[in-house]
Design a protein around this ligand. Structure first.
Ligand code: PLP
Length: 385
């Protein structure tokens, strides 16, 4: 049975070109880039190239890139690093729909006595910018708002938000783990101070991420030890991962628009056909301001997990929430924040596509899904027989 992979917001396939760049760095060029000898030293120019490739995709300076171990580390570093740089300020603003890599950090800070504000979203998953503005004050150290939501794909107006926040002299961080590689960013023209991304979400390897730090932003390092990353992130670098991430960024930059219009076409075809053929189904999130690859659909009166299992039996991989929340029977915190009714939130499925998906895969899924939904509804105690 062929696998049809529609779970690209959880992780992506490593591009062959990325793997080719990484291979020599394990058994041949395995030196430590900090070493004085030529063998180690020859690695550092590969790291420099990777930094330039990442910077080119983001539209920033290579010196503004710090390599980390993942998106989660970048998020933790941004928030805790900004708080450490502004020890007199005790307020953090975020949203109710962040990934746990931000939300759990903020809730932990609340337990430590910080004043944490979680902004609400409306039923389409949109923020009220007036609520944000009302909350910005002299005590606010950092505002952390995601670029695009991992569960619904909803994109927040980050350029506008960054301007509002930084005009008040407050540090602005965005978790762009789901946005980078899917939409065009130009950080040199933005007010974003800090931005997180993760290698494995854009056909790079797992275990490598980036924190972009705009020149002049006050930030204390989170990982302390050696002098790597110009003293901003200690620890021997994951050289193969960094080189792979650089290549993944180069590939994303080359094909961003063309590939994403193909991905959007496939996503729309899948979404429209499923909504049309499955009664009592609904789209979650703002249809017009979304990542091109993501659709989140609720099927009333049945369990998302049951749908996933039946899709899985025919080789289709999807998700019933973010990768991190799957396994829990609680409906997703994102859908709950959007006020999606309990019966619909429980039966939600996320399909997230990539450039490697084909029209045949979409057609197969469209053909099989209504049968699965009807079968589960026949078994459901919540449906009147
Ligand atoms: N932020 C968002 C929006 C994500 O979707 C994820 C992963 O799913 C992360 C952060 C965490 O990234 P990583 O898996 O690299 O730690």
């Amino acid at each position: 049975m062929k696998t049809i992979y529609f779970d690209n917001n959880a992780t992506t396939k490593v591009a062959e070109e990325v793997l080719d760049e990484m291979k020599p760095l394990f058994c041949d060029l395995y030196g430590n880039p900090s070493s004085m000898h030529t063998f180690g030293g020859q690695i550092s120019h590969r790291m420099r190239k990777a930094r330039e490739q990442v910077a080119a995709l983001l539209g920033c300076e290579p010196s503004e890139i710090i390599f980390t171990s993942c998106g989660t580390e970048s998020d933790n570093t941004a928030i805790k690093g900004a708080l450490a740089a502004y020890p007199d300020k005790r307020k953090v603003i975020t949203t109710r729909v962040e990934h746990p890599a931000v939300l759990s950090v903020c809730r932990d800070l609340e337990n430590l006595g910080y004043n944490v504000v979680e902004l609400a979203v409306d039923k389409l998953g949109r923020l009220d910018l007036a609520e944000l503005e009302d909350n910005l004050d002299d005590d606010t150290a950092i505002v952390s708002i995601m670029y695009a939501n991992n569960e619904t794909g909803v994109i927040f107006p980050i350029a506008q938000i960054a301007e509002l926040v930084t005009d008040k002299g407050i540090v602005f961080h965005t978790d762009a783990v789901q946005a980078v590689g899917k939409i065009t960013l130009n950080l040199s023209k933005s007010n974003i101070d800090l931005l997180s991304l993760s290698g494995h979400k854009l056909h790079g390897p797992k275990g490598v991420g980036v924190l972009y730090v705009k020149k002049g932003t006050r930030m204390s390092p989170f990982m302390i030890g050696g002098h790597q990353e110009a003293g901003r992130r200690a620890g021997t670098e994951n050289v193969p991962g960094i080189v792979g991430l650089g290549k993944a960024c180069e590939l994303a930059a080359e094909n961003l628009e063309e590939e994403n219009s193909k991905v959007k076409y496939l996503r729309d075809k899948l979404e429209n056909a499923i909504l049309k053929s499955c009664p009592d189904s609904r789209l979650n999130g703002d249809k017009d301001h979304r990542l091109p690859n993501t659709t989140n659909i609720s099927f009333e009166f049945i369990e998302g997990e049951a749908i996933l299992l039946m899709l899985d039996r025919i080789g289709i991989c999807a998700s019933s929430g973010s990768a991190c929340t799957s396994g829990s029977l609680e409906p997703s915190h994102v859908l709950r924040a959007m006020g999606v009714p309990f019966t619909a939130a429980h039966g939600s499925i996320r399909f997230s596509l990539s450039r490697y998906n084909t029209e045949q895969e979409v057609d197969f899924t469209v053909e099989k899904t209504p049968g699965i939904i009807n079968h589960l509804r026949e078994l459901s105690p919540f449906v009147a027989k």
